[in-house]
Design a protein around this ligand. Sequence first.
Ligand code: BES
Ligand code: ZN
Ligand code: ZN
Length: 506
Amino acid sequence: MKTRICTHTTASGADLTGFIVHREAGALFDLAWKERIPALEGFLGNSLQPGTRAAGTLPDADEAEGADGDAAGPARRWVDARTVLYSAHWNKHLAAHEAAKTAIADLVKTALSLKATSLMIILDGEAAHNGDLLEDLACALGIAAWRFETYRAKPSAVLENLECVLVTGGDATLDARIGVGLDMAVSVNLARALVNEPGSVMTPAVMAERAAAMAREEGLGVEILDRDGLVAGGYSGILAVGQGSRYEPRMVVLRYRPDAAARHVALVGKGISFDTGGISLKPGKDMHEMKSDMSGAAAVIGAMRAIARKKPNTAVTGILVCAENMIGSAAQRPGDIFRHKNGKYIQVDNTDAEGRLCLIDGLARAGEEGADTIVDIATLTGACIRALGTSLAGVLGNDDGLVSRLVACGERSGERLWPFPLLEEYAKELETPHADLRNIGGAYAGHITAALFMQPFVPKNAKWAHLDIAGPAYFEKGWKYYSPGATGFGTRLLADWVLGLAESGG
Ligand code: BES
Ligand code: ZN
Ligand code: ZN
């Protein structure tokens, strides 16, 4: 999709209006709209025929509110053979900004289904003057207009040829915010593209290569540890999880190092390229969705791209812990015990609780890199989905300030987090007579015991938060402004958090 920004408009009376124009057929518009929005004339060019009015094509302003008088009601559209005017209204189930973003996605979807060549979105009302909102809406547009089409014999020419004109009432600084929002969408879509790839393609080595390619492009430092490197570094958790797969595990370290940074934060992403469950095999139904078990790593790659482009004054290390959790004769068995590099012995009672075994190596590495604050992000537990459903991710951590800042970032980006307690009492469920600890808790609150399992491996004095994104990382049928598949959840949240650090002081 090509995007053009256009900044002349007077109030149109609607918060968000989309015009989808079939150029080849010529468009007919009520001249009242032309007067209110001068930019329309340039947009429609010769196809605008002064003095004509297509009967039944355009509603007046009252009608546009919805016949039932419910402004928050379902989106409505008016269609004739040649022209479509689509006016999307707020979706009452979502917060206002999310509803506006979803409305934009509706416009894009409609434009695509009608094989339209142009889509004009007029950002009026609050959006005309609110830079934050405009950036957010532009990001949503970039997200909404993206499809994963690598495995289509014929990729959609419609999407590629769709021209999207954003009309704002603002000035050059507001236009710049649109550019920033669209670029953030590129980072989010990078994460989505990585996740949507099948497990046989997005192996740990390929994930590492793709991360390195991004790093080279954006001027980040990158180090890849292959199997030998993992052995040399003592990263026994990743090795234990990856030992059953022909695709060897990797750790990737991405480094953003500005001069004289006051802070150093690490982002650690779970990168299980496919999670069969291992010997503790998962049920077959929906197992294909486990290609998304590297969504945390993908979000870190996306966030590191966004950070590299915005150049904050904070050192940031992105750490990807990549392995395939495969069943087979070389796979680890339930009951196997390995020694973590901090000296603790871990009994693997369930090979499907593999993410935490990899993440604790990532936490160790974050400490070795010198990070003072660590956020890990992982599709970690079904328990978190049972607790929150799929619209929220869980957050747990050892520092309330950090957790609440992350929650606030999520409220802004629409990647919402809900906090859970690190209830020490539940840690006794991780005890075993045969080793220092085991990798699963009891029947309840598995998202809390997972975080409690990781807590002792957090480097001393580091602030730490854990994001469990098992729910919102991947939607087989799509969600809000996301087409079916991966959402890139966390990309924007993590980038926003890092970018806000300099201002907030922590
Ligand atoms: N990758 C899964 C968690 C998951 C489930 C992500 C559904 C996305 C959708 C994770 O590795 C896992 O299998 N966790 C187990 C832990 C259990 C064995 C303690 C779970 O949640 O069932
Ligand atoms: Zn698992
Ligand atoms: Zn997993």
